[in-house]
Structures are given as structure tokens and as C-alpha cells.
Design a protein around this ligand. Sequence first.
Ligand code: PNS
Length: 173
Amino acid sequence: MKKIVAIYPGSFDPVTNGHLDLIHRGCKLFDRLIVAIARNPDKGDSLFSLDDRMEMLKAMTADIENVTIDAFEGLLMTYCIEKNANAVLRGIRAVSDYEFELQMALMNRKIEPRVETVFMMPAEKYSYLSSRIVREIASFGGPLTGLVPEFVEERLHRRVAERRSATFAIPTK
Ligand code: PNS
């Protein structure tokens, strides 16, 4: 039988419990799931480096056999063909996600009709969760319990503190 390899692309800056929920669901459905971190030249300044995002994702998925963590640059469809992937997995939390996701899925289909986009819903308790909101809460020192794994929470506090000390560093000359 044909093996289904799916790519779950995203920024993962940082990975949240919502992403992990989707990864677990995806792993049950597909033979292999490649979580692909976008290098994001268009999003400008990421909070975490690609290496940090990769390390957090690897640590949080170490117990899942059919998952691989990777990074990609350029067009998602080019990467899918490179990896012999037949599907792209994307999460839809609320109706507000739909418009952008539809546009992206249809454009990707136009570029590469052999790859199907599959949408999955994370658990309702994560429907309001996003990396952006997690970064914002972390930047104000707010509570992150239940939003990200403890390991990621620690990294967030450390990174925010590093950024803050870099911003307020007084030049010696
Ligand atoms: O987590 P995000 O930021 O919603 O992920 C968006 C991502 C990385 C999946 C999307 O921007 C993407 O696929 N970028 C790669 C470039 C590309 O293929 N663009 C055309 C998409 S229609």
C-alpha cells in the first residue's frame, strides 16, 4: 500500500501545546510526519533561532517514532517534492484561520497538484493559542502554564531576559 508522508510546515517560534496536539494527531494518520520549520525570511525577526526551534521540537517529539524534525527554505511545494511527500498538514483553530489557509492551500495546489493539504483541528482548549500570543505573554512575564511545555517555558523566560538585557545594555564607549 502507498505510504503517506506528510509535511507539517510552520514557524514554530516557539512550538506550543497546540502544535504538539496536532503533531500527535498527524502521526496517527500518516505513515511519516516531517515537521518542517520555515526559515522565515519574510517574517523578519524571530524570537528563537532556527537551531533553538529545532532543538525544542526535537526534545518535545523524541518519543514519537514516525516523526522527523527538519527545516526548509524557499517554496514549501519544492520541499515537499524533494521529500517525496504526498500531503501537507495544517491546523485550523477558528474560522478566522480559514481564509488564509484556504488561499495558501489553493496556491500550493496550483504550484504542485500532486500534494494535498489536509486540515486538522487541535483540541478545543488550544483553539485560542498561537506562538504570537505566547511570545507576547512571555515578553510581559505572564503565565504560560498549559500553553507550552515546561521545557519551552523555561527557554522563553531565558530568551526574553536575554533580549531585555541586550536592549538595555549600556555601551561602554
Ligand atoms: O506557522 P506559519 O507562520 O503560519 O507558517 C507559514 C508557512 C511557513 C507554512 C508558509 O509561510 C510557507 O509555506 N512558507 C514557505 C514559502 C511558500 O511556499 N510560500 C507560498 C505559500 S502559498
